[in-house]
Design a protein around this ligand. Sequence first.
Ligand SMILES: Nc1ncnc2c1ncn2[C@@H]1O[C@H](COP(=O)(O)OP(=O)(O)O)[C@@H](O)[C@H]1O
Ligand SMILES: [Mg+2]
Length: 306
Amino acid sequence: MLEVINLTKAYNIGAFGKEKLYAVDNVSFKIEDNEIVSLIGESGSGKTTIGKLILRLTKPTSGKIIYNGTDISTFKNIKEYYRYVQGIFQDPFSSYNPIFKIDRIFEMVREEFYPSENHDKWMGKVESTIKDIGLNPKEIIGKFPHQLSGGQLQRLLIARALLMNAKFLVADEIISMLDASTRIDILNLLISLKEKGLSVLFITHDLSLGYYTSDKTIILYRGSIMEYGDTVKVFNNPLHPYTKMLLESVPTTHKKWTREELIAESRRTPPGYCKYYDRCPLGDSNCKNVELRQVEDNHFVACAKV
Ligand SMILES: Nc1ncnc2c1ncn2[C@@H]1O[C@H](COP(=O)(O)OP(=O)(O)O)[C@@H](O)[C@H]1O
Ligand SMILES: [Mg+2]
């Protein structure tokens, strides 16, 4: 289980780094074993920063992350942690070195984690894992990254995590660069791996992908959680005005675009107010110091009006 507790990440910005930007602001959630949790928010809401904090690619300003009882900042040997927790990102090409054949990423797993395994036995494992993720080893082994498609490369990164016996995957917009038919295959692959014991933090800005894939959903806005709970509850009974707005603004196939007047109210969010105050039709002076509150079993909302 992975637990995020009061996690905050502030970046110093401005000419002399005097201003602070709270990319992640006091965020707490849990991901159980065998669970897929979507982290949904618009661009700039802090999703990638949360992913990077979990992968220890950046340090929190405050708060902590506990993996199976251990504070991840205390791992002296980070390999111990990466053995179980792996990240996959939007651009699969960036995870491969273009001058090496694909085989190299699998060979590196052997060198790092299974140095005593003999080559033939290892290649047998590699081939069966490649089959498990729905690819034909004959079309993969010996190829260079540029000879494969984005979808194939993303699957191979999942295969690498499986070979390492990883238990937790941070998947940050992993299908944004793929075409529609490949996307669904990758989502189905993630769901099937969950049944084999993998947990996934599925980061996306796309509500429908989150709905399809995940057990639980976190709705993030400007670094804070607005709503969090069972995916079915958050989507079928959205309670936060921001979640409602997001769900209403999804283009659907039975509705044509029509011009709607924008609410041109220019309000500012005072310190300590709900982050959504400046855009919220319900915003008033009660929207101060709002905390996540349980509204039903496995459903939490941070709104003073709910
Ligand atoms: N290294 C950095 N330095 C300063 N600001 C950053 C840095 N990384 C991210 N940010 C800012 O933090 C906010 C959240 O970014 P990010 O986590 O990438 O959001 P998302 O993945 O949801 O689009 C954004 O406003 C972004 O500009
Ligand atoms: Mg991002």
